[in-house]
Design a protein around this ligand. Sequence first.
Ligand code: PGA
Length: 287
Amino acid sequence: MPKFFVGGNFKCNGTRESIASLVSTFNGAPAFPPSVDVVVSPTALHIGYVQDNLRKDMSVCAQNISTDAGFGAMTGELTAEVFTGFGVNWTLTGHSERRRRLQQRKRGHDENSDGVSEKTQLALKAGMSVVVCIGEVLSDRESGKTLDVCFEQLAAVKDKLLLEDWSRIVIAYEPVWAIGTGVSASPQQAQEVHAAIRKWLMTEVSADVAEQTRIIYGGSVKPATAPALIECVDIDGFLVGGCSLTADFIEIIKAIPADFDEQRRAHLKADANSIQSIGADGKLAKM
Ligand code: PGA
């Protein structure tokens, strides 16, 4: 059973001083349960400091990588190889703030679904693990297109992956309307989409990949909302933005039960609901 995964996305935040202070807050927290992987994404400029100074049971993750590969004449780019050469073995791809804002400014050709899948493939090729971010905007949800949008974003990535690549993929479901708004998706809203994604993995990739791939939730996760989300059988972790910049990040991690693996296993056994709750037509059945 894969570990619960907690990612912290610092986005474009932090000064020398604030990052040093955050690292010292994290370092001062008690040991994490063995059932959790914790990864943080500082800005590329802060990665070196964080990596050198952060406790060793937390890893560092890039926020983005170039669509170019290798080393060479690519001024301003940061390729997967630059990161792995520095010991950074995780990256996010497809965060909605990149997909959306860069597209709006009409220079986001490398942030559409093809670009995101290309970056994912480059990262894997360089030996990285990848948190692939997907999710719908509010108008998609309101017009009943949530799953269409998520599956389209996932399909583009899937088309470029080999079966064995999936062991290095984490899927972050982040409804755009819940990011940075303070309005987290309800546990039921999140669980429904996570279950649908798992079902999609089962039919489009394999039963094994559906079982083993972590599907994490992001969007205004806070210490107050985390416990109910952790209870959901298809939520395997979080991607935390705002709260990763404060001691709240530690509070969120503390909400994960030390015996999370056992609880999840028991849950799954007692309630083989989640995957079966999606109809053969791919639509959500009543849960
Ligand atoms: P948030 O951000 O927790 O501040 O909503 C989540 C994310 O963007 O990954």
